[in-house]
Design a protein around this ligand. Structure first.
Ligand code: GLP
Length: 268
């Protein structure tokens, strides 16, 4: 099952998510983190930068692997996810840039570099904590509807809704968003030892319901997280609004030791 923690506001969601990532890094200085991009992550990275500055949160021993990158977009381009990561996190903390990885969106052979990405994750010992956002269509990474639930890092064609959702970074026109991307597969994501799914806002409510309560289906790649033994979803009230199992979720938030601990650290 996916454990669910509902917070009053998106600010609280970011606080808890950042604290969880910080706890992972503090528990294991050589943690391998799986990282995500998108608007939801910006507030989380801002808090991690804050924790680095205020509490000396130390990323020196960490390795990172990002979920995805646009095909055809070079790392120097400001639309690239590599640029995003440098801008929001890597440039502001003491992570060793040579241990930060983002799938290659350009190069002579993207199939080969995607396979090499999988090997690099394995060589790093696997991902300890994978941070995930959620597409409005329920995708994780860029695993669009009908992605194989055992898929690995590969080139994919982006769904029209995804191109619309991400148009802002490309001047507002969905047609200017690349048609393809390289993403970790659903299988790659499921291999992470723990997963933290973060979603805010009413626009994600349907996807959240489908991921947490729906049947496991390749139409909603996030629903595969129901197979993951250690997956926590942190949601604001708006993103949680479509959940039909709210009474049970509230009960668990009041009685599950892990969720109680998280709620307490949130108010502290
Ligand atoms: C893109 C990323 C996804 C991310 C999603 C959420 O599609 N490839 O990994 O989950 O954005 O974006 P936002 O947080 O902006 O809603």
């Amino acid at each position: 099952m996916v454990k669910v923690l509902i917070c009053e506001t998106a600010d609280r969601v970011a606080d808890v998510a950042a604290r969880m990532i910080a706890a992972q890094v503090q528990a294991r200085a050589d943690s391998t983190l799986g990282l995500a991009t998108g608007r939801t992550m910006e507030a989380i990275y801002a808090r991690l930068v804050g924790l680095h500055r205020a509490e000396a949160l130390d990323f020196a021993g960490c390795s990172t692997f990002n979920l995805d990158e646009y095909a055809g977009v070079a790392p120097e381009c400001e639309q690239s996810y590599r640029f995003y990561m440098n801008q929001h996190l890597f440039s502001h903390v003491n992570v060793n840039l040579t241990r930060t990885h983002v799938p290659a969106g350009v190069g002579p052979d993207l199939d080969l570099s995607a396979a090499a990405y999988e090997s690099a994750i394995t060589e790093a010992g696997g991902i300890d904590l994978q941070l995930l956002g959620l597409g409005e269509n329920g995708h994780i990474g860029f695993n669009e509807p009908l992605s194989a639930l055992r898929s690995r890092t590969r080139i994919v064609t982006l769904d029209a809704t995804t191109r619309e959702q991400n148009a802002a970074m490309f001047g507002g026109n969905a047609l200017d968003v690349p048609t393809q991307a390289v993403t970790m597969g659903v299988g790659t994501i499921l291999d992470a030892r723990s997963v933290l799914l973060v979603a805010n806002g009413a626009g994600k409510a349907n996807a959240v319901r489908a991921v947490i309560e729906g049947p496991v289906t390749s139409i909603v790649s996030g629903s595969a997280l129901q197979f993951h033994p250690q997956c926590l979803a942190i949601l604001d009230e708006a993103a949680a609004a479509g959940l039909t199992q709210r009474p049970m979720i509230d009960y668990l938030m009041a009685h599950d030791p892990e969720l109680i601990h998280l709620s307490e650290s949130m108010s502290g």
